[in-house]
Design a binder for this molecule. Structure first.
Ligand SMILES: *Cc1c(COP(=O)(O)O)cnc(C)c1O
Length: 392
């Protein structure tokens, strides 16, 4: 018998039967509060575009100017054949936006975690990681020769126990946490984490991908808790609330110098186009200049979450513009998403392996561009479809 790929067909079929495959949808407009998807104008509740900046004319203008000056492709890895002044300007803007000594951008947020985390520790050291941390953190930790210990989600007693053990057995320790947990929309107890880390002589690494543009008047979780000078490694993404693309890292100058000289993702993968750097910088300026945008996002989030609950949906641990509607079984969540879509609401079913089996849900993400009428329409559809499927 020759080896072939038939087993992949079989595996795919099994995943599909369990409702664990991804339907891919075609966008026929820019991503925005009411895009056209698969021929239908929908209320978008599935995108990370919280501040509705992805199609903002000011970002477009910054990108178009940059294309006219510098063309499209970056030409190489940033480390090899150089980058434009736009990249340097972005790095300075990151530092001032995050209130740190220095800033750096990566090709993606994933590339920060997968590239930098493995370089930070060696054999004999340990990562202490929240059980619900993002997959890119898990992968980054796996690539390191250091060990890892996982603590129960946001359980500070378990974190302390884990740190106590780690302090006895290991040399260096880094506590790694998402700032906003991407599936549940709850916020890390960063003040307590920082205090415990200091008590047990550990460093801290925070992934703020869903916090930038959202928490701390838009400046992220370290601003929210006043810990800009305390957290050792602050990473995030331009691809979410900022409406741009790419990863960011903020910290002390020596941390940044170490990061770009060792992260294999930064060193061995091409830079993103110069236009992206220009758009990202413009996005940070807008977030900084328009705190009302962030406040409005929160007002809409609070309204949607409380109304969804009064319809009878459980929003789990949501504390941010990520507002899940908990369902349970993957196939039930897929069915709900399908019916919502047919009724003009685009929201994502999140199923295993993104969340544990039996914890499938619809993840709603609020966009500041949604009007009150849009939100009410989405809630009306939730109520109708929820009744139809016996979920409320
Ligand atoms: C989205 C996300 C990432 C990856 O960021 P990209 O810029 O999309 O690669 C990493 N961590 C968390 C918590 C995220 O939500």
């Amino acid at each position: 018998m020759t080896q072939n790929t038939d087993y992949l067909r079989e595996k795919y079929r099994e995943m599909d039967d369990r409702g664990e495959t991804w339907p891919l949808n075609q966008l026929e407009t820019a991503t925005q509060a009411r895009p056209t998807v698969e021929g239908r104008e929908v209320i978008m509740l599935a995108s990370n575009n919280y501040l509705d900046l992805a199609n903002d004319p000011r970002l477009q203008e910054a990108a178009i100017d940059a294309i006219e000056r510098f063309g499209v492709g970056a030409g190489s890895d940033w480390s090899i054949a150089g980058y434009t002044i736009l990249q340097d300007e972005l790095h300075e803007t990151i530092a001032s936006f995050k209130g740190t000594e220095a800033g750096l951008s990566y090709q993606t947020g994933f590339a920060v975690n997968a590239g930098l985390l493995p370089q930070l520790l060696e054999a004999g050291d340990v990562y202490v990681s929240d059980e619900l941390n993002h997959g890119s953190i898990i992968d980054g930790i796996r690539l390191s020769p250091a060990d890892s210990l996982v603590y129960d989600h946001s359980d500070m007693a378990d974190l302390e126990d884990t740190l106590r053990t780690a302090r006895e057995e290991y040399e260096r320790i880094i506590v790694v946490t998402d700032g906003v947990f991407s599936m549940d929309g709850d916020v890390a107890k960063l003040d307590e984490i920082q205090t415990l880390a200091e008590e047990y002589d550990a460093m801290t690494y925070v992934d703020d991908c869903h916090g930038e543009g959202v928490l701390g008047e838009g400046h992220g979780i370290t601003a929210e808790f006043g810990l800009e000078d305390d957290v050792d490694f602050q990473m995030g993404s331009f691809s979410k609330a900022c409406g741009g693309f790419g990863g960011m890292l903020a910290g002390d100058q020596h941390v940044i110098d170490f990061a770009y000289n060792t992260s294999r993702t930064w060193l061995l993968s091409a830079g993103y186009p110069p236009a992206i750097a220009a758009a990202n910088k413009r996005a940070l300026e807008i977030v900084d200049d328009e705190p009302s945008r962030v406040r409005e996002l929160w007002e809409k989030r609070d309204y949607f979450a409380s109304e969804l609950e009064s319809i009878g949906f459980d929003t789990g641990n949501s504390e941010t513009p990520i507002v899940p509607a908990m369902v349970g079984e993957s196939t039930a969540a897929q069915k709900l998403a399908e019916r919502l879509f047919e009724e003009g609401v685009f929201a994502l079913a999140i199923v295993y392996p993104m969340v544990a089996r039996g914890k499938a849900r619809i993840r709603n993400q609020i966009n500041v561009g949604l009007t009150d009428e849009d939100l009410n329409e989405a809630l009306r559809v939730y109520e109708d479809v929820g009744r139809e499927l016996d979920l409320v």
